[in-house]
Design a protein around this ligand. Sequence first.
Ligand code: BG6
Length: 506
Amino acid sequence: MAASDKFASLIGSIRPEATNIVIFGASGDLTKRKLLPALAHMHRWNLLGPNSRIIGAVREHWTKSHWQNYVHDQLLRYFPDAVLNPSSWRRISDKLDLVNGDLADPEMYQQLVKSLHAHEGKKNTLFYLAIPPSWYACVCQNLHDAGLADESEGFRRIVVEKPFGMDYESAKGLNTQLQTYFQESQIYRIDHYLGKEAVQNLMIFRFANAVLEPLWNRNYIDHVQISVSESLGIGYRAGYYESSGAFRDMIQSHLMQVMTLVAMEPPVSLDADDVRDEKMKVLRSMREIKPEDVGSIAVRAQYGAGEMDGESVPAYRDEENVADDSCTETFAAVKFHVDNWRWQGVPFVLRTGKRLPQRVSEICIRFKEPPQKLFQCDEDTVRHNELVFRLQPDEGMHLSMTSKQPGLSTALRGVQLNAPYGMMGSGMPEAYETLLHDVMLGEAGLFSRADEVEESWKIVAPILDVWVKEKDISSYPAGSFSIPEVDKLLDDCEGDWRDLGVHYEE
Ligand code: BG6
């Protein structure tokens, strides 16, 4: 099978209709690192509809050829295959167009209208807002006033990035602003974790295999661990991160979304709203957090100086543009409960941090111990029964079980059933490719709905309210997992936190 056929079969061979992809913030970091490579990849696999265009909207007074050179240089850096072949690059470059001006200037939106009308065919348009949220209302109002929210000549969809608010009030305010100018069905809120292959596979794994369902509940599952460990520090993002911190940056968005996929009931259908209704029910079943409980169910810490791969790295407080007395957390962990029939009494423990020893994201479903201990065994050699979904790197599923050690004794040993994704023989699309492709097809199932975002902010508000008053924060050496307080979150659970350094055999 040709590589392109393999990919097409992987995503169901659906090629979206021609779409104008307008990127606000086209000279920014997200565009160069994620959006351009994702679009070039889609183009390569013939997944950008014929006559699709990529229209950069920039403040700078660039010419179209400057924009083409810019895109060329960024692709050379982030996806060189797209430009090294001259004919491939020529076909991408032919799709590039530009409008420039100030985001608040109606004149730029008139340029857009002209640009759309200068081309034949349907005027399907996707507006990607790769700009700070403080600009969303202004851009949406201008698009609306220029008639660009009107869908009579083709679809009009806006895509917005996180952070979607900093708390419940600001998220609600943003939703109100967006919904003043666009219908909810035209708004796509990106959570790139939902675009990851292994996260999508979780739904398939749960609902396309009958064998798991009888076990997927409080009778057999002791607890669920969701971990996203990153080795990088905050880099140049202090401006954003200082006011966000690990809890807002990762837990309220990505990890809680992943958690809803683990906990949700089977949806009536795969329609976006059927899936989102089920996720919403999980959020609505989550146990209310009282301020006095925060100390026992949530932990935060900040990285100090340390070593990564043999190199010294600075403490968070010594990173560029971070305050000397900053109490922003770079590690956060929390224990949630979902008080419904299926999950009563099963803790969901979530943890994430920067400058931890390795980059690993995974979901671990840890099952209960057998009710009777028939076999004498050494605790270290026998593993808990756990089902692990590795989200990255080395995407795959792994089931740990206990078996007999071959020989004349009844010694036991831990064994693993491994199903690495690599074995399935398909190229894996990047999250942004999957999500852009879905926006073009009008598939909204992998995007958060307004009520989900607001509900998740409501749930975590008491934790953030308590933390904001704290004048100090404990620290861990960069490159280590030395955060002893986090163990208390597993006090009523079987076993310890999983060792994220485990490597699976292919
Ligand atoms: C982003 C966060 O949403 O996700 C970053 O803002 C984080 O701080 C990133 O590093 C992690 O994404 P991934 O796909 O690398 O796990």
